[in-house]
Design a protein around this ligand. Structure first.
Ligand code: SAH
Length: 492
């Protein structure tokens, strides 16, 4: 089986009677060395062709090229329109027997295939190469016969904000009759340096959005899928509204639900929920909980006299933006695992437009806080704002050693939600965490037990501060631990 043969069966003529089966193709190429590690990330061995039964046909995975320098995995979908017409699977277009383009294009079938065939990679898990799964690597994706009803403009509007270089080649409606004009089908190439899990999530959500049609009924579980796979990027995407509308097949109540829940991902939701009596407070005087949190961190840092500051899990750079104007902070290093967040931070802070002297004071770098990192050494203070709850509990021990044993700044400020307060947050459904990516949320006692344990093990002193309006019984919405290294332990 070679690529050429396969591309030969990718149909570009919709709305004509077709053969009983046809195919579409998604290839993923990396030049990250050794490139064959792509096989580990995808859980598909480069030496084998593997086939999978899906309820609308078959999927095959194989590697047209697999060298240490360059490796390509191909996912070939072989869709059986007859099977579809017989009503296998939930299919609204079963009513349009044989006369439709669905089987021949990269519609939402491709998303389903991605989730079923590359499900582990999609979720970001790789047991054999965990570091690589966490790393942004150069990836090139090619999708044949991608329907794109909004044209190249739409394609670019969806993928460029996520950092992709987009190129597209348009199909003629019928290549034997060019006068019929051009179709809305494209062969699309996307290039980016991203984590594979992020790239697959982008494709999973955006392919059906481009197609603007779906082969299955859209119910509220689609909102879950959209939010799960949109996590970390959709909330800040400039086209999030049209993505939600199209993904949810123009069902506006679902769209509203999705957008409202996306808002929850941004800190402002806490502002709304903790300040519901805002009528009494003049708009300009309202300070969001996150601003209060960052303000507290800033003032503790300033009062401590710290000069060299680490912002661990800096995200989109909200704290960095507050640190930068303060001349006391002579060097600031922001670290985050998400390249996308760092790109947003770079934009927001206008790093490329800072005068050279200012520019030297700040640096952003990708890194994961669960791996020992020499770049983190030699700082006066580290801020870890709303980050620990994003780490899997079994990883916390590694995080503790990275920060308190290896980096060992004089001070460490850690903030995290106080779960006891959640019942007072009106927009938060009972039992839900404040953010979809939170792996846990702790009570004050749980946080204090954890932090006190760290202080004992790593020779720090710790004290606690509430952040936000305090309820007599439930405490404040957020909590902070301030660690200070015991004087005689520094420099070790
Ligand atoms: N501190 C920022 C962002 C908080 S959101 C703020 O207050 O605005 C949590 C951040 O932690 C995200 O940007 C996420 O990418 C980052 N993060 C999650 N796991 C991480 C890890 N293992 N290493 C580094 N950063 C991580």
């Amino acid at each position: 089986m070679t690529l050429n043969i396969i591309q030969g069966v990718v149909y570009d003529r919709p709305n004509t009677y077709q053969l009983e089966t046809s195919a579409m193709l998604l290839t993923i190429t990396t030049t990250h060395t050794p490139a064959t590690d792509l096989g580990y990330l995808l859980y598909k061995h480069p030496d084998r062709v593997q086939s999978f039964e899906l309820n609308f046909g078959q999927a095959h995975v194989f590697y047209p090229e697999a060298t240490p320098e360059r490796c390509t995995a191909a996912l070939l979908l072989d869709i059986n329109p007859v099977g579809l017409v017989r009503g296998r699977g939930v299919s609204t277009f079963a009513l349009e027997p044989y006369v439709n383009d669905r089987p021949y294009v990269a519609s939402s079938f491709l998303s389903v295939a991605i989730s079923q065939v590359y499900g582990t990679a999609l979720s970001g898990i790789c047991k054999t190469r965990p570091e690589l799964a966490e790393t942004a690597i150069p990836l090139e994706v090619k999708i044949s016969s991608l329907p794109c009803r909004g044209g190249v403009g739409m394609l670019k509007a969806l993928f460029e904000p996520l950092g992709y270089i987009v190129s597209a080649e348009r199909y003629l409606l019928d290549d034997t009759f060019p006068a019929w004009g051009e179709s809305f089908y494209y062969t699309v190439t996307l290039q980016n340096t991203v984590r594979l899990t992020d790239m697959l999530s982008h494709l999973y959500v955006l392919i059906p959005v481009l197609d603007d049609d779906k082969h299955y009924y859209v119910g509220s579980d689609e909102v879950e899928k959209l939010l799960r796979h949109g996590e970390g990027w959709l909330a800040s995407h400039p086209s999030k509204e049209s993505i939600a509308v199209r993904y949810l097949k123009h069902q506006y109540s679902l769209k509203r639900e999705a957008l409202a829940r996306l808002e929850e991902e941004t800190p402002q939701i806490e502002e709304e929920s903790t300040e519901h009596d805002a009528e009494e407070v003049k708009i300009e005087e309202r300070v969001s909980l996150h601003q209060q949190r960052l303000g507290t961190v800033l003032s503790v840092l300033k009062n401590s006299g710290a000069q060299r500051i680490l912002d661990l899990g800096c995200g989109e750079g909200r704290l960095l933006a507050m640190l930068l104007p303060e001349p006391q902070f002579t060097f600031i290093l922001g670290i985050d695992v998400s390249i996308h967040a760092l790109e947003i931070a770079t934009d927001k802070l206008r790093l490329d437009r800072l005068p050279p002297k200012q520019r030297e004071r700040i640096q952003l770098a990708q890194g994961s806080l669960i791996y020992r990192d020499a770049r983190l050494k030699g700082f006066d203070a580290a801020a870890v704002v709303e980050v620990i709850e994003h780490l899997d509990p079994p990883r916390l021990a590694a995080f503790e050693r990275v920060v308190f044993e290896f980096a060992r700044p004089h001070r460490v400020l850690i903030t995290t939600p106080n779960v006891e307060y959640n019942v007072l947050m009106e927009t938060l459904p009972a039992g839900k965490f404040r953010h979809r990516d939170h792996r846990f949320e702790w009570t004050r006692a749980e946080f204090q037990t954890w932090a006190t344990g760290i202080a004992e093990r790593f020779a720090y002193q710790v004290r606690f501060l509430p952040i936000g309006p305090e309820d007599l019984q439930l405490g404040s919405p957020s909590q902070m631990a301030i660690f200070e290294a015991m004087p005689d332990t520094l420099g070790k």
